[in-house]
Design a protein around this ligand. Structure first.
Ligand code: GTP
Ligand code: MG
Length: 370
């Protein structure tokens, strides 16, 4: 079977590598621009791009996201989505605990994060910031990928008593591939072995030039233990968010991205979603991937029931027909018949794609594309 790197495919399609990585991520494939994908995946991806660009009539059956861009005057500022990444045990969850005033770390098995945690905090100044916590253990590359692809900003956590480690570098690469800005937090500043300057120098080898080295990547020294630097970190996040001019239309039917999904013994299929635009309400009928459903209840990160969820809020949704895939888009539709129609159309498409013979070669496919 033929394989091609994402970057090479992007070049041939005259698309940006980062856009392909994002599209692949939506298809449930987690790769960086430098990794290879197989022919079937490449074919799906090409179709995916072709679909968005040309097949407007498809919107009769499926939901064409590209077609409905929100009008300028409907857009309102939304909170930034910030993903925390870094090597295992470097202090990501502790940093978030310090920011939130919680103690998640203590409840984790072996103190190791094994899923994406999604939270929202309100700063002293009243600003909202959404945080995604990712695992640092090497086994969880896909989750880090996913985190980098749904976020506006990445916080790269590096333990100042340790240094740049394999998953630090992996996180740098995911961030670059996703094309999102980074803030470097050099943590554990309270430790005697803390050497932040060494870390700034090592970052240069990965083309990360922080402010203290006269570059434009913001960096901050923090300690989850003493709370040092936390206010400065918040300030830097808000500054970066302002530069990004993050906006969304809250007054429309909701669109959200599945961050995580699972089957709960008592509650049935559960999905943690991040609202991209619109407001998700209890009772809303939706399609998510190949599943349909109706919002039966929603919970925020503290387990409180909420009735409606605005842009950038992470919520746990109950009322799904089945377990969707991480990265799937949840789209609210007008009625149940429509939801079932779209879901079953997508199921058919998925089945057809699995059974259809692949074209003779990638070359053919790309020439057919032109
Ligand atoms: P994974 O999610 O498994 O990748 O780990 P993590 O990056 O979330 O690290 P975690 O927050 O679980 O912290 C790892 C260890 O470092 C724990 O024992 C923390 O108590 C300790 N730690 C984290 N931050 C600090 C800090 O600022 N100072 C000191 N002294 N210890 C810290
Ligand atoms: Mg953790």
């Amino acid at each position: 079977p033929e394989a091609i790197t994402v970057q090479e495919l992007a070049n041939r399609m005259a698309e940006k590598g980062a856009d392909l990585v994002k599209a692949l991520f939506k298809m449930g494939v987690m790769v960086t621009v430098n990794q290879t994908i197989d022919q079937d995946t490449a074919e799906l991806l090409v179709e995916e791009f072709g679909h968005n660009i040309t097949l407007v009539s498809e919107s009769d059956v499926d939901i064409d996201h590209s077609a409905d861009v929100d009008a300028e005057e409907t857009l309102q500022t939304r909170p930034p989505v910030v993903t925390i990444m870094g090597h295992v045990d470097h202090g990501k969850t502790s940093l978030l605990d310090a920011l939130r005033g919680t103690d998640v770390v203590r409840g984790e098995a072996g103190g190791i994060t094994q899923h994406i945690g999604a939270y929202q905090i309100k700063t002293k100044g009243g600003d909202l910031i959404t945080f995604l916590d990712t695992p640092g253990h090497e086994a969880f590359t896909e989750m880090r990928m996913r985190g980098a692809n749904v976020t506006d900003i990445v916080i790269l956590v590096v333990a100042g008593d340790d240094g740049l480690m394999p998953q630090t570098i992996e996180a740098i690469n995911h961030t670059k591939a996703a094309g999102v800005p980074m803030i470097v937090a050099i943590t554990k500043a309270d430790k005697p072995e803390y050497k932040s300057q060494k870390i700034r120098e090592r970052l240069l080898e990965h083309e990360i030039v922080v402010e203290q080295m006269s570059g434009d990547v913001q960096d901050v020294e923090v300690s989850a233990k003493t709370g040092a630097g936390l206010d400065e970190l918040i300030e830097k996040i808000l500054l970066q968010a302002e530069l990004l001019e993050l906006r969304a239309n809250p007054d429309r039917s909701a669109e959200a991205t599945v961050v995580e999904a699972k089957l709960d013994k008592g509650k049935g299929p559960l999905a943690t979603v991040l609202i991209n635009r619109g407001t998700l309400k209890v009772g809303d009928i939706f399609v998510v991937g190949t599943q349909s459903g109706r919002v039966r209840a929603m919970h925020d990160d503290k387990g409180r029931q909420i009735k409606s969820a605005p842009p950038s809020l992470p919520v746990e949704v109950l009322g799904l027909g089945g377990v969707p895939m991480s990265g799937d888009t949840l789209t609210v539709v007008e009625n149940e018949a429509r939801a079932r129609e779209v879901a079953s159309y997508r199921q058919e498409q998925a089945t057809a794609k699995r059974t259809t013979a692949a074209p003779a070669s990638l070359e053919n496919m790309f020439s057919a594309l032109k």
